[in-house]
Design a protein around this ligand. Structure first.
Ligand code: DQA
Length: 167
């Protein structure tokens, strides 16, 4: 059975309360439960981790080395400036799909850049909570997804196959 880590960064523990017009009304607990249920349907096991602290997120990524087949990661605002998290993702030999609830390219200027995406195998954005499931499909099936719906995700760089692909 494949093992997947679902990681969420700062302020995502406040989903449900935080700007529902942008992020939706579901709590993180609901999103995690739906993600785990979908993963179980697809024959994968899930661990979840959320932190508001960069160092804790780096530590969790390091611990994932050798332990997971893939990581679905919403880095929150760290997306836009944390080279330390970029380096942690790059260091571990585990494919990571970056996911954002909102379409970061359609928002403020500072959100349009992801410094973490170049270390990831793909980026999913603007699909709301369904994006987490899409990210899991990419890990399990590759960028085309099990139904070939490749338009939902945008790859950060022209690179090889998703799951287990070389970075
Ligand atoms: C986010 C987008 C980020 O810009 C923001 O800082 C978040 C959430 C998203 O899921 O859309 O915290 O990652």
């Amino acid at each position: 059975m494949k093992k997947i880590l679902l990681m969420n960064g700062p302020n995502l523990n406040m989903l449900g309360v935080r700007d529902p017009a942008i992020y939706g009304t579901d709590t993180l607990a609901t999103i995690e439960a739906e993600f785990a249920a979908y993963a179980a349907e697809r024959g994968a096991a899930v661990d979840c981790f959320q932190s508001n602290h960069e160092g804790a997120l780096i530590d969790r990524l390091h611990e994932a080395y050798g332990c997971y087949d893939g990581i679905v990661y919403n880095p929150g605002a760290h997306t836009h400036y944390s080279y330390a998290l970029h380096d942690a993702v790059e260091t571990i030999d585990v494919p990571v799909v970056e996911i954002h609830l909102s379409d970061i390219e359609a928002r403020e200027e500072f959100r349009r850049v992801s410094v973490i995406a170049p270390a990831c195998i793909a980026q999913v954005k603007g699909l709301g909570k369904a994006g987490y499931l899409r990210a899991l499909d990419i890990l399990l099936d590759g960028p085309a997804g099990k139904d070939g719906a490749s338009e939902a995700a945008s790859a950060p760089a022209a690179e090889g196959p998703a799951a287990g692909g070389a970075r």
